[in-house]
Ligand binder design. Structure first.
Ligand SMILES: [Zn+2]
Length: 322
């Protein structure tokens, strides 16, 4: 149980691959996860089926940490595009046929917890700004590079939300016009060229012309993790793909620095974890691409919150709101 100065809230993080439900204890400067459950999203089963499973898991966590659902707020972070507070989905290739459904109302009807929802990138930067290694900065960006790419932005101390709650879709800035497209069809965007799904797909297409690559050795479809592992073994094809990814990521990072002049730009997500051996190279390439003022000092860091940033941010968001 949390100590008396802490507030217990419930939170969830909805991604295209998995969903997490959790109970967290919040104080002024710390957050700890008391209990959590992870399960597969399987988005093709539809919004209601996924939300029903989430509601069941939240209920069982509430029981385990001994809180009353009716009075314990629930904060939800979700892959977007999604509207802030009510959490109504817009069209998304990653969550097909979920558009028009609202997370907050659906869960509130099911489990009765007062619920607010927001974009996972926005929640991640909120978490970094309160409890991360670089907290209390007024200008801050969190960029996640995983299956897809997205950002949360705090500018002049305020979360940038946008007219349709759609701000922060940094994965879709065009960095190589006419290049490979993401699932949304924007050609040459950052996500289309350097996300986890892009790395896997590029490798899968290239092995047909590179029969000697060690990437050819398995029977299964290639994943981004396979490409990273092969590049660590100095496989020439995998090394070439990773080198291109570093070039493309550095273009995206340079653009974000130029647009927002952040005090810190924090990187998270599975692809960033995988690229750890190339971290110095990524920073060097970014220095070579960014405005001259970044030649000596680049304010780019890896997240200290791991994959928990959106979940923690959702807990903070609902605690602020309630
Ligand atoms: Zn795109």
């Amino acid at each position: 149980m949390a100590n008396p100065t802490e507030q217990i809230v419930l939170a969830a993080d909805i991604g295209g691959t998995s969903i997490r439900a959790a109970a967290l204890a919040l104080s002024d400067s710390t957050v700890s996860i008391l209990d959590s459950i992870k399960f597969e999203t399987r988005p093709e089963r539809g919004f209601q089926s996924a939300m029903n499973e989430l509601a069941l898991n939240i209920s069982s966590i509430a029981k385990r940490v001994e809180v009353d659902l009716k009075t314990t707020p629930l904060g939800v972070a979700s892959a977007g595009p999604i509207s802030i507070y009510d959490g109504v989905y817009d069209l998304s290739p990653n969550l097909p046929n979920w558009e028009g459904f609202g997370v907050s109302q659906y869960l509130q009807n099911k489990i009765r917890s007062p619920t607010v929802t927001a974009h996972d990138g926005a929640m991640a930067v909120l978490a970094e700004s309160r409890v991360g290694n670089h907290k209390d900065k007024l200008n801050m960006i969190y960029l996640t590079v995983s299956t897809g790419i997205g950002a949360g932005i705090i500018a002049n101390g305020k979360l940038v939300v946008g007219h349709n709650s759609g701000a922060g879709e940094a994965g879709h800035i065009i960095i190589n016009r006419g290049g490979r497209s993401c699932e949304n069809g924007c050609k040459g965007c950052l996500e289309g060229l350097s996300s986890g799904s892009a790395i896997a797909d590029i490798a899968q297409k290239k092995i047909a012309y590179n029969r000697n690559s060690t990437l050819n050795e398995g029977d299964q479809r290639i994943t981004a993790a396979d490409v990273v592992a092969a590049a660590r073994r100095h496989d020439p094809l995998a090394s070439e793909i990773i080198s291109d990814v570093l070039d493309n990521l550095s273009s995206g990072l340079a653009s974000l620095l130029a647009l927002f002049d952040p005090e810190v730009l924090i990187l998270g997500g599975g692809v960033i974890d995988g690229l750890a051996p190339w971290w110095t190279e990524l920073l060097q390439k970014t220095k070579g691409t960014a405005l001259p003022r970044y030649r000596d000092y680049l304010p780019i860091f890896q997240t200290s919150l791991g994959g928990n940033a959106p979940l923690i941010g959702a807990a903070i968001f609902v605690n602020d709101y309630a």
